[in-house]
Design a protein around this ligand. Structure first.
Ligand SMILES: Nc1nc2c(ncn2[C@@H]2O[C@H](COP(=O)(O)OP(=O)(O)OP(=O)(O)O)[C@@H](O)[C@H]2O)c(=O)[nH]1
Ligand SMILES: [Mg+2]
Ligand SMILES: [Zn+2]
Length: 366
């Protein structure tokens, strides 16, 4: 009998249908952690080690072609008796939260895949920064998951209404949940997002209390949290690995991530996170208004009136500049994507021919 119900941890028909296109001897598994070149995957029979196949590794041209925590993959076994499993295929992601990899300036770093909700965690004391929320929102909308703003450490905040006003003006229409780990019912607000089969990723700066919240949801201390309570000491990261955990009693799945010092854009959806500015821009005299020195600019007018905050407008421009750079980059990789398509097509052609051959053989045997 199988130990894990894969539907409880996020499996859906779309993945099953896609899996059916491949070799029927392979098994569905979900990636729960990554350690250098090895992965932990949850199969119907347990959590086991897995590596990737030579073919997968050979044809990989970028970060998107490697498994990431949250991925559904096809592996050659469900138990690691007789060596670790081998991952042969990564199924198409329904969502993926990504940032630009720190340092390199170029590569995209995928943080978590197939997530339904992103908890953008921010503490109500030192870490509080509305501009950063805007940045996280733009990235989350682009990931195709739904953002929820989770404010932590409400016990350390003396002007909650003011903080909330600030956030509401930057995150229109996005749910906001206030939490504290200092009281027993301080995290109940997040429980209404937890459902069987749903996946939530916890994202945010180091020290804001992501792992503390997850431990509460797990009902036990499964994750290490920073020893000294209180300050958002950004110098030290307590969580060092992304990790997918299955909540007790069919409560769904959560992904813990290490705190990020700065989050650079690998892709962002500004039209959603800055809908107010895009709406104003429709009223600018020029269609291609850059909202700089053009006459009759509705956006500049709103800034002058004070209906649009200068800081929000500046952050919008800043993120837009980062985006321009990103778009240029992604056109470069379009050629690579085209090449991959041809390779994929040839692969499926081979499979198709093989199936036809087998069919003929079977007919002949009858
Ligand atoms: N006062 C107060 N302290 C909290 C609260 N939640 C967490 N903390 C403390 O904040 C510190 C950091 O918590 P962690 O859960 O390790 O933070 P994290 O976001 O997982 O940090 P990284 O793993 O480094 O990304 C710990 O000492 C917690 O005890 C809270 O609601 N109030
Ligand atoms: Mg942590
Ligand atoms: Zn304008």
């Amino acid at each position: 009998m199988s130990k894990n119900n894969l539907y409880d941890i996020g499996l859906s028909e779309r993945f099953i249908q896609e899996a059916a296109m491949y070799d029927g001897n392979l098994h569905l598994a979900r990636v729960s952690a990554q350690h250098k070149d090895m992965y932990r995957v949850i199969t119907e029979n347990g959590e086991i080690w897995a590596g990737i196949s030579g073919k997968l590794s050979y044809s990989a041209s970028g970060a998107d072609d490697y498994p990431v925590v949250g991925d559904w993959v096809l592996a050659d076994r469900t138990e690691d008796t007789g060596g670790h499993a081998v991952i042969h295929h990564i199924l198409t992601r329904k969502s993926c939260f990504a940032r630009k990899a720190a340092g390199t300036g170029q590569e995209r770093q995928n943080i978590a895949a197939n997530i339904d909700t992103v908890f953008i965690c921010m503490s109500l004391n030192n870490d509080f920064n509305v501009r950063r929320i805007e940045r996280y929102l733009a990235i989350t909308w682009d990931s195709l998951a739904v953002p929820v703003i989770v404010l932590t450490k409400s016990d350390l905040c003396d002007d909650l209404p003011a903080r909330l006003r600030e956030i509401e003006s930057a995150a229109m229409g996005v749910d906001i949940v206030i939490t504290t780990s200092m009281s027993a019912d301080g995290f109940t607000g997040i429980s209404r997002y937890l459902f069987k089969g749903k996946t939530i990723a916890f994202i945010g700066s180091s020290g804001v209390g992501k792992s503390t919240l997850i431990n509460r949801l797990m009902g036990e201390q499964v994750l290490a949290v920073k020893e000294i309570r209180g300050d958002d000491d950004k110098g030290r990261h307590t969580t060092t690995h992304r990790q997918l955990l299955v909540l007790p009693d069919g409560g769904g799945v959560v992904i813990d991530t290490p705190g990020m010092r700065e989050i650079q854009i690998a892709g962002a959806d500004l039209s959603r996170s800055f809908a107010d500015i895009e709406e104003l821009a429709v009223k600018c005299r020029f269609r291609d208004c850059k909202h700089e020195a053009e006459p009759q600019c509705a956006v500049k007018q709103a800034v002058a009136d004070g209906t649009l905050s200068v800081k929000r407008f500046e952050n919008y421009k800043k993120l837009q500049r980062e985006m321009v750079f990103e778009v240029r980059k992604s056109t470069l990789s379009a050629a690579q994507a085209e090449k991959q398509k041809v390779i994929d097509m040839m692969g499926s052609l081979r499979v198709y021919k093989q199936v036809q051959k087998n069919n003929r053989k079977n007919k002949g045997n009858k």
